[in-house]
Design a protein around this ligand. Structure first.
Ligand SMILES: Nc1ncnc2c1ncn2[C@@H]1O[C@H](COP(=O)(O)OP(=O)(O)OP(=O)(O)O)[C@@H](O)[C@H]1O
Ligand SMILES: [Mg+2]
Length: 691
């Protein structure tokens, strides 16, 4: 009896121990399962990273192959573009991006807002068999897209927290069994990271070979270095690991190179073909011009400032200038105080030549010998421009101010300043100043500040320009623009400046051109639209999105008389589209007297003779203009002006030049008088964009 009890007791013990052990085994098996899974993932990642290293050794991620050539899907793509999407021609890079996706590549697209990124994945989605998955961060963006696609007759759906059960069922069936019509599926990133059910359906879709493309919109959200980091985007890397054979396209309007590298790594697309087309931002042509201007006109490290619109632009422009051999640092409010001070000090001591800054750079800057101020983009008012350009030439010596104006900068600025008191009015004042090709720049300033007008005596671009101007009658073009906007507004549509230009071109083509009116170039259409805004025929209207404020062009108070053609509209344009550099040089040449030019040559000769010391160490620009003023002809006179050391070293050479230039009657006074008073104000226009 007692034995039995003992046995039963032990049995219970053993059984409970067995239970415990089975639990442990289950945990271990689960662990084993997880480890196997992780092992597979790591192997895949290693594989990808290895091949990428091999690939990146020989080929950078920039498109080397020719994606604009002929492909088997060309005619089908053209047909879909036109007949389904209603788009008459591709914008820059769209064709190439579509071709590389169709070839099965992973692609990274950096394209300005409104540039047309959606088409780059929507068109391949329609062409390829199967379903395209699009990850997008915001419900409102997704809703817009799905509605737009539905209107084009493309079966698109979204799966988000707001999707009802019925639709969800339909979507799951389509994924799992290929039933029902579904071409493009939009999801928020949370679906990928949080819904196991969704991922398993997607897995099945892929397994059946029906997942045709994965698109990650607003891809900068992946990177915590981006301006809009979203934690759930971090988990999107799983998509390439689970579906390595499915091409992935990542799209964004903004990504520094750090963010680009980051998201290539996070999304596991190291071999992606990269397309960068930041149209409205830092254009290559403008940077080339600025770099040439600085290195040709200021080869001796003379100090200057380049003003930019945004922090990002400052960093980009500084980088581009450094890439062209100019020592440039950026400066903006996002940097900490120490870093800013360091940059400022380097520049003050002329250890760097150029500061590329936002408006944040200026307060309390009192460097006397700033020789040039360049505005890479439009200032927000005449007052700001006056202040910023006024940082040049505080020592009273000739200095230059250059403003690069593109009509497209107007909406960029207006969407920033419209909420400020008089913000738009101020902006339109400076836009008017920039659009003018005839009025004296200096006179315009006096007029703006309500003072008696004084002209520049041939110092500004408009006064010295030798470019012939013509007035184009743009009354008919204005009619077309106004009627276009009228139609759009009736259909509840809106257009940005860029879109309006596109629409204008299409409408112009279809208007038959029976009219006498001349064909306008793209820059001229932009110029016309801005002019119509300034003349209140059109106006700007603003809409906020999660990312930015968009500026749209709509009908203004005076649209009716414009539509009736009652008010003639004139557009001033250059007869020969001469390169803007010429405008520039003619103004510059005016500034330097013969004597100054000779002395400038001399200091270079001496500097190269002396093993490459800086020319300005031989004679500074200030000293050259002093010599130009006082025209010393003896060593004693010279010594009073430039001191003993330099006179001992270079005196005889300098005097020789003085004699040769001024020997027959000292008639160099003219240039001397002029340059003491006036600062050169030079203005260059630039309509070019990267192509
Ligand atoms: N080739 C084209 N010709 C004319 N219009 C186009 C073309 N491509 C795109 N569009 C139009 O341009 C507008 C903007 O396109 P889309 O929404 O794709 O811009 P986006 O680059 O995604 O901008 P965002 O960064 O703001 O999202 C849309 O109305 C679209 O129909
Ligand atoms: Mg978009």
């Amino acid at each position: 009896m007692e034995d039995e009890e003992n046995i039963e007791e032990e049995l219970l013990l053993v059984e409970s121990q067995l239970n415990g052990l089975q639990d442990k085994i289950k945990t271990l098996l689960d662990q084993q399962e997880e480890l196997y899974e992780r092992q597979a993932q790591l192997k895949a990642m290693l594989e990808i990273s290895k091949t990428s290293r091999d690939a990146s050794n020989s080929a950078p991620s920039v498109a080397l192959e020719d994606w604009s050539g002929k492909f088997s899907w060309d005619s089908q793509a053209d047909d879909t573009r036109f007949n389904v999407f209603g788009i008459s021609s591709y914008r820059s890079n769209q064709r190439e991006i579509i071709n590389s996706i169709m070839s099965g590549k992973d692609v990274l697209v950096i394209m300005a807002a409104g540039g047309g990124k959606s088409l780059c994945y929507q068109l391949p989605a329609v062409l390829r068999d199967g379903i395209t998955l699009v990850v997008s961060p915001l419900l409102s963006l997704i809703q817009d897209q799905v509605m737009g696609l539905a209107a084009l007759g493309i079966p698109a759906h979204m799966l988000t927290s707001t999707t009802n059960k019925e639709i969800e069922k339909f979507i799951y069936k389509a994924l799992e069994k290929g039933e029902g019509e579904l071409k493009i599926l939009y999801v928020t990133p949370e679906k990928i990271s949080k819904s196991k059910r969704f991922m398993s359906k997607l897995e099945k879709c892929h397994h059946a070979g029906r997942l045709s493309l994965v698109a990650i919109d607003e891809a900068h959200c992946c990177s915590q270095w981006g301006h809009d980091f979203r934690p759930d985007y971090k988990n999107l890397g799983i998509l390439k690991i689970q579906f390595p054979s499915v091409p992935m396209i990542a799209l964004t309007a903004t990504a520094t190179s750090k963010v680009q590298m980051d998201l290539i790594e996070m999304l596991h697309i190291p071999r992606s073909v990269k397309f960068v087309y930041e149209k409205s931002s830092v254009g290559k042509v403008v940077i080339d011009e600025i770099a040439n201007f600085i290195s040709e006109s200021y080869p001796n490290n003379e100090s200057g400032i380049v003003y930019c619109f945004s922090r990002k632009e400052c960093e980009q422009v500084a980088k581009e200038l450094r890439g062209r051999g100019i020592s440039a640092d950026y400066y903006h409010a996002d940097m900490d105080v120490v870093a800013r001070e360091k940059v400022h000090m380097r520049w003050s001591k002329s250890k760097s030549q150029v500061i590329v800054g936002t408006v944040a750079f200026g307060m309390g800057i009192n460097k006397p010998d700033v020789r040039f101020v360049v505005h890479h983009s439009l200032s927000k008012s005449m007052e700001t421009y006056y202040q910023e350009s006024g940082r040049a030439g505080r020592d009273g010596l000739p200095s230059e101010c250059v403003l690069y104006y593109r009509p497209g900068d107007v909406p960029r600025q207006s969407s920033m300043v419209f909420y400020e008191n008089c913000g738009l009015q101020n902006l339109y004042d400076i836009a008017r100043y920039c659009q003018s090709k005839k009025n004296c720049r200096r006179g315009a300033f006096f007029q703006h500040f309500g003072e008696a007008v004084q002209e520049c005596n041939g110092m500004c671009d408009n006064c010295v320009s030798s470019i012939e101007l013509k007035d184009i009658d743009a009354t008919y073009h204005t009619k077309i623009t106004v009627s276009l906007l009228q139609e759009m507004q009736q259909n509840d549509q809106r257009a940005t400046l860029l879109q309006l230009v596109d629409k204008f071109k299409t409408k112009w083509k279809h208007s038959g051109c029976s009219n006498e009116a001349v064909d306008l170039k793209k820059e001229e259409i932009e110029q016309l639209i801005v002019q119509l805004i300034l003349d209140r025929v059109l106006k700007e209207e603003f809409q906020h999105t999660a990312y930015t404020t968009n500026a749209y062009v709509v009908l203004g108070p005076l649209w009716k008389p414009a539509l009736q053609g009652n008010r003639p509209v004139k557009l001033t344009s250059a007869i020969h589209s001469q390169d803007s550099g010429d405008r520039f040089k003619s103004a510059k040449r005016n500034q330097m007297s013969n004597l100054e030019a000779k002395l400038d040559d001399l200091r270079r000769t001496i500097s190269s003779r002396n093993g490459g010391i800086f020319p300005h160490a031989v004679l500074s620009t200030e000293q050259i203009s002093l010599l130009n003023c006082h025209t010393p002809t003896t060593i004693a006179e010279l010594e009073k002006l430039i001191g003993k050391v330099k006179t001992d070293k270079y005196g005889s050479d300098i005097i020789e030049v003085m004699w040769s230039e001024t020997g027959s009657g000292k008639d160099s006074g003219d240039g001397a008088k002029r340059q003491k008073k006036d600062k050169g104000v030079v203005f260059v226009e630039s309509g070019e964009e990267e192509g």
